[in-house]
Design a protein around this ligand. Structure first.
Ligand code: OGA
Ligand code: ZN
Ligand code: ZN
Length: 510
């Protein structure tokens, strides 16, 4: 059920008091813009309308010399990054045939394939596949259930010490590999597996192929941006296109993954559009504030002044271990505050973290190793809650390098700080550094009614300037969250569907 009451008072327990200097030192005035609104997709599905509210670049950076929001040279990349990238992967659209299959000389633990390009036989490649992996991934009906794309091999009886290849050979004119498996006792063949060559090459163990697969099908790498580049990276999509055209939906998701922030324009002015957008991808991520929430100053309550005060830059809900991945903020009514109040602030938290890593490595280490207690205590439609999650401000992945998640929220950083006392001062200095750089890299703009600002809640850091809320001058946003699991999943579904078209047409055309 959609609740029209404001829940935002509970969502942010503390905001900067007016006596405090709002942390916008590095964020500039709105600059005038001469951006052209131009169509950039050859399909004609996506239109780049000019932003109705000018975007601001910070005053310590000159605005990008490009006057368009989307530089022309980006056009190709946006149109179909999938096809251009697959062409360079090991499989691509080339037809490969197995010319030789053998076992590794040493311990016969690997199957070695020589494959050649069907269109240019001089072009050959050597691939190795571990025998144990091949056995585990047999595609026969007893081992693999095609309908559910799932392994059904009985692992309770699978003895990894007794997997032995009896023989390997190319079959089906080199289109497939046959592997015969020995039984444990007398060496008799007990199982036969056949693998399609394309299926094998798509699962190549070569490092560059694994990397290409991960980039293409797991998670494309983000492209980080500082304030000076914001105008180059911010893309706009029409709400109707995203809702009705798969190509537009795919491009929006790809931009969200790449840049962490994307604008959607011209959504109807109802309170249900975030839900419709979320349903187009997957489903809303519910939190203890419910599914959709209203960001609005509540008239006649003690919260009015409180809710229109500046909202310091933050990530939402850092006290969740499984923090909502992506924010949808739909502007229904924007403040008409002459001073530009009610504007959005946003920065690429990954870019900020990389600057800290490069310029102040010791402080980066402190911010990425010190566990902070993020908390939220209160009551909302789902009842009382008392959330605590401990995590650093900068979370890095298991490889010790890759940025995984940024947590930053002054209101939601708990007062319990369970670290050795001698670390405290150093951590505060590092945090001060982080916030200074954050504000240097923040941009400011004001969304207009119909805009849905979409951004990664694990990467982007956002906030809002204060505004004067009166009966004649109100502000009304609706927000909701989406999880990255659903977003990535939808992207793969869309890519698979888009790839079927050209492939089928190719085979029809010979
Ligand atoms: C929030 C928030 C932004 C805004 O409610 O968490 O970031 O523009 N709001 O009011
Ligand atoms: Zn099998
Ligand atoms: Zn927020």
């Amino acid at each position: 059920m959609f609740l029209s009451r404001s829940v935002s008072s509970a969502r942010r327990l503390v905001v900067a008091s007016t006596a405090m200097k709002p942390p916008l030192n590095g964020v500039s005035e709105v600059v005038s813009s001469t951006r052209n609104g131009r169509s950039f997709a050859s399909s004609g599905m996506i239109r780049k309308a000019p932003l109705t509210t000018p975007l601001a670049a910070p005053n310590n950076h000159r605005p990008s010399p490009k006057s368009t929001l989307m530089p022309e040279e980006d056009t190709d990349r946006c149109e179909d990054p999938f096809h251009s990238r697959t062409a360079s992967s090991s499989v691509g659209r080339t037809r490969w045939l197995i010319s030789e299959a053998s076992l590794s000389n040493d311990d016969r633990s690997r199957v070695v394939l020589l494959v050649l390009n069907a269109d240019d036989e001089a072009l050959t490649r050597r691939y190795e596949f571990p025998a144990i992996w091949l056995r585990d991934n047999c595609q026969c009906e007893a081992c693999f259930h095609a309908g559910s794309v799932s392994r059904v091999l009985n692992w309770e009886q699978f003895d990894v010490e007794r997997v032995h290849v009896a023989a390997v050979q190319p079959v089906d004119g080199g289109h497939s590999l046959e592997v015969l498996w020995e039984g444990a006792e007398n060496g008799a063949v007990v199982h036969r597996s056949v693998y399609n060559v394309e299926w094998l090459l798509e699962r190549s163990f070569r490092q560059e192929d694994s990397e290409a697969y991960l980039e293409e099908w797991y998670r494309p790498a983000p492209e980080l941006w500082g304030a000076a580049r914001f105008h180059e990276v911010i893309q706009e999509f029409s709400y109707a296109d995203v809702l009705h055209e798969d190509e537009a939906l795919r491009q929006w998701i790809e931009a969200l993954i790449r840049y962490g922030v994307v604008m959607i324009k011209n959504a109807p002015l109802t309170e249900h559009e975030c839900r419709r957008l979320a349903n187009r991808v997957g489903f809303i991520r519910k939190t203890h504030y419910g599914e959709e929430f209203i960001v609005k100053a509540k008239e006649g309550t003690s919260n009015v002044a409180y809710l229109s005060t500046p909202l310091q830059m933050h990530t939402d809900l850092p006290y969740y271990e499984y923090k909502p991945g992506c924010n949808l903020l739909h502007c229904l009514v924007q403040s008409k505050d002459a001073g530009g109040g009610g504007a959005n602030l946003i920065a690429d938290g990954f870019y900020v973290a990389e600057r800290v890593r490069r310029e102040h490595p010791d402080q980066f280490r402190l911010l990425s190793e010190t566990l902070v207690n993020w908390t939220d205590i209160g009551e909302d439609e789902g009842g009382k809650f008392h959330s605590i999650y401990r995590a650093p401000v900068i979370c890095i992945g298991r490889d010790g390098q890759r940025l995984e998640r940024i947590n930053h929220s002054v209101p939601q950083r708990g007062s319990h700080f369970c670290v050795p006392i001698e670390q405290v001062d150093r951590w505060y200095r590092a945090m001060h550094r982080f916030v200074r750089i954050l504000h240097e890299e923040a941009v400011q703009f004001r969304t207009a009614p119909g805009d849905i600002l979409t951004f990664s809640n694990i990467r982007a850091i956002h906030g809002r300037t204060g505004y004067r809320d009166t009966v004649q001058n109100t502000r009304h946003l609706v927000g909701a969250y989406l999880d990255w699991d659903e977003i990535y999943s939808k992207l793969r579904v869309l890519k698979t569907a888009a790839n079927k078209g050209p492939k089928e047409m190719e085979s029809v055309g010979g």
